[in-house]
Design a protein around this ligand. Structure first.
Ligand code: URA
Length: 210
């Protein structure tokens, strides 16, 4: 498993505005899309491509197109849905699968209530979208679904992570082809399961239910 923390002033600037409790849902949604686009640039660095011939108005040259099977984006519902637009803008050719997981607020354990993925994921590069890597329970369950369906190359894009979530992913997938691309690695997780300093409940802030 590899962890890549984006070290870029634009990412840090946008994350700072996102963290601000005064930032309202419309701006929050826009910033999430912009951040995901920036993080996707890093996350797709090893995307598989196939050489193609391109005729320019002047000459013939060699270019590339994204290889088939096409990459699969997997937003974890609900908050991951807020990241889908940003990813699709950068990788319009991607296909999309969905996993619905809620965290039981008492036990903090993930519970799956929806799953819609292609049956066979062999040879597909999968990109899981999950804004907050907190305990790692939801992300670990989702990545396991993908491996169970034949995937062998999974990248998770998260805006903010707690060290506890990264450790959990490392424990579960340390020897697997899993990459985690982060906007920031924060300090800790509090007793309520929130990332500190974090940005609060990403789903509530995206959808205005806070
Ligand atoms: N989920 C969130 O939305 N925020 C956190 O801080 C942790 C989990």
């Amino acid at each position: 498993m590899r962890v890549h923390v984006a070290d870029h002033p634009l990412v840090t600037h946008k994350l700072s505005v996102l963290r601000d409790r005064a930032t309202q849902a419309p701006a929050f949604r826009e910033l999430v899309a912009e951040l995901v686009a920036l993080l996707s640039y890093e996350a797709t660095r090893d995307m598989r491509v196939t050489e193609v011939e391109v005729e320019t108005p002047v000459a013939t040259t060699t270019g590339v197109k994204i290889s088939e099977p096409l990459p699969l984006a997997v937003p974890i519902i609900r908050a991951g849905l807020g990241m889908l637009d940003g990813f699709v803008k950068i990788v319009p050719a991607c296909e999309v699968g969905f996993v619905g997981i809620v965290r039981d607020e008492t036990t903090l354990q993930p519970q799956t209530y929806a799953k819609r993925l292609p049956e066979d994921l062999s040879n597909r590069q999968c990109f899981v979208l999950d804004p907050m890597l907190a305990t790692g329970g939801s992300l670990s369950a989702t990545v396991q679904f993908l491996f169970d369906a034949g995937a062998s190359d999974v990248t998770a894009i998260c805006l903010v992570a707690a060290p506890e979530g990264v450790q959990r992913m490392n424990r579960d997938f340390g020897d697997k082809n899993v990459t985690i691309v982060l906007g920031a690695l924060d300090e800790s997780l509090n007793d309520d399961g929130y990332i500190v300093p974090g940005l609060g409940d990403a789903g509530d802030r995206l959808y205005g239910t806070a």
